[in-house]
Design a protein around this ligand. Structure first.
Ligand code: HEM
Length: 418
């Protein structure tokens, strides 16, 4: 009986199981290699987290329930601030960095996970209470990182893959991930920096190095160069989403990005997709203004007869694509507020679209957004009447606001209480 057990144990220990350190033979693995990737991730993921939080603030979630896609956030929204209207490219820059960086960091994240994978299989799985806690935090770290990258990438690639739930998933996921990330960084950064400065001191073990390394096919430097090249390829094939002249080079994340829309700049949603029937936007269409002056109904002709103003402003989508400045013309939002009964200080406004569904069919804008002289109810863009897909008969355009807050096919604007 004892012999059988011994033989089984011997057979098991000779099996090529990933729980055996000798299973992992790449000579590239080592704490120095992991440390380089870790430091890159520290800078990149911190910026990714901050731009993600800033993106949420850009929706003015404190203003009205219609703007807040994560109403149960509690104190996680402690940092929210009033979103400004300048510089006009603020959201464009923030979201372009957030999404492009998220794409570019994919090879670095995968390489980092590859570099530490033997540790994830190491036995025994729990050596002490502290070890159990550390492993749990690693579960949140690795799971959180994969979850955030996956939800973000799916959202920019596929439309409505998480109907209505992307914002809460990505928002809460980000906090879970970042808490684990901060704990991991606090534990590992000192060692990472020491190894990067001095290498592994003699007598100290490199616990990520293979005990029985295979013949090298690439040096550590070469492996890092491959990861860097992967990131550069992703950068080159996605950065065009944010710059008009490079648009055709944007092979990745085409959602709303690659093909120019009507009027030579792209859109996410066509009138047909939003369910806007041509009859609703024809002669019968009226804009309803609501305020202390009661209800005011305006046809497109009446809007055209009001004082027209121009503004050069970009469209910047939450999915990271953006256009350069387009030349908009229409009526100032503050002039509409005056018509609705606020001749002096314009208040915030609740804007409703003809669209019947969709999480942004109603949007609240802050008073600073209504008062800005460049905030328009646009009737024209680039010298022509708006096309149906760009929001005919009238759409909102506000400097520095996320694309979805620039409501298309506007039907009703309620000034004052939101
Ligand atoms: C998405 C971000 C990250 C993920 C998913 C990740 C994942 C991991 C995992 C699973 C381990 C193995 C842990 C163990 O069992 O000991 C590890 C080890 C390590 N990480 Fe990270 N990490 C990330 C970011 C960072 C950062 C920002 C740094 C530091 C700047 C860093 C430095 C290290 C070092 C030096 C080790 C191994 C050496 C040792 O165990 O002493 N990591 N990482």
């Amino acid at each position: 009986m004892g012999d059988t057990r011994r033989r089984t144990a011997a057979r098991l220990s000779s099996l090529p199981l990933p729980t055996r350190p000798a299973f992992w033979r790449s000579p590239v693995r080592g704490v120095g290699f992991t440390a380089v990737l870790g430091v890159v991730l520290l800078a990149g993921l911190t910026l990714l987290f901050v731009t993600g939080l800033v993106s949420y603030a850009a929706y003015n979630p404190d203003l009205a329930a219609v703007n807040d896609k994560t109403p149960d956030k509690g104190w996680l929204g402690f940092y929210l601030f009033d979103w400004p209207t300048g510089p006009r490219w603020l959201y464009r820059l923030n979201q372009g960095v957030h999404v492009t960086l998220g794409i570019v960091l994919v090879p670095v994240l995968l390489a980092k996970l590859w570099s530490v994978i033997p540790k994830l299989f190491a036995l025994p799985p729990a050596r002490s209470v502290g070890h159990v806690l550390e492993r749990l935090s690693l579960l949140l770290l690795v799971g959180g990182a994969l979850f955030e990258f996956l939800t973000g990438l799916l959202n920019i690639q596929l439309e409505y893959v998480f109907p209505g739930s992307f914002y809460p998933l990505h928002f809460y996921g980000a906090w879970v991930f970042f808490a684990a990330f901060a704990a991991h960084t606090a534990l590992k950064l000192p060692r990472a920096l020491r190894v990067l400065r001095e290498g592994i001191p003699p007598g100290e073990k490199d616990e990520l190095a293979a005990p029985d390394p295979a013949e090298p096919t690439v040096s550590r430097r070469g492996a890092l160069a491959i990861v860097g090249a992967g990131s550069l390829v992703l950068l080159a094939t996605s950065v065009g989403r944010s710059f008009d002249p490079l648009r055709r080079t944007a092979l990745l994340a085409p959602h709303g990005g690659a093909e120019p829309g009507p009027g030579d700049f792209q859109i996410n949603k066509t009138a047909a997709k939003a369910g806007i029937a041509p009859a609703e936007t024809g002669e019968r269409w009226r804009l309803t203004l609501v305020g202390p002056a009661g209800e005011v109904h305006l046809s497109r002709k009446q809007l055209e007869a009001m004082e027209q103003h121009g503004a050069a402003l970009p469209i910047a989508c939450v999915e990271g694509w953006s256009t350069s400045d387009q030349w908009w013309r229409g009526v100032r939002l503050r002039d509409l507020a005056a018509l609705a009964g606020y001749p002096q200080e314009a208040p915030g406004v609740l804007v409703e679209s003809l669209q019947r569904s969709g999480s942004f069919r109603t949007v609240a804008l802050r008073e600073n957004q209504v008062r800005d002289a460049r905030s328009l109810l646009a009737l024209e863009v680039n010298g022509e009447a708006l096309s149906p897909d760009h929001g005919y008969p009238a759409r909102v355009i506000v400097p520095a606001a996320p694309g979805v807050m620039n409501t298309k096919w506007v039907a009703r604007m309620t000034f004052g209480e939101l």
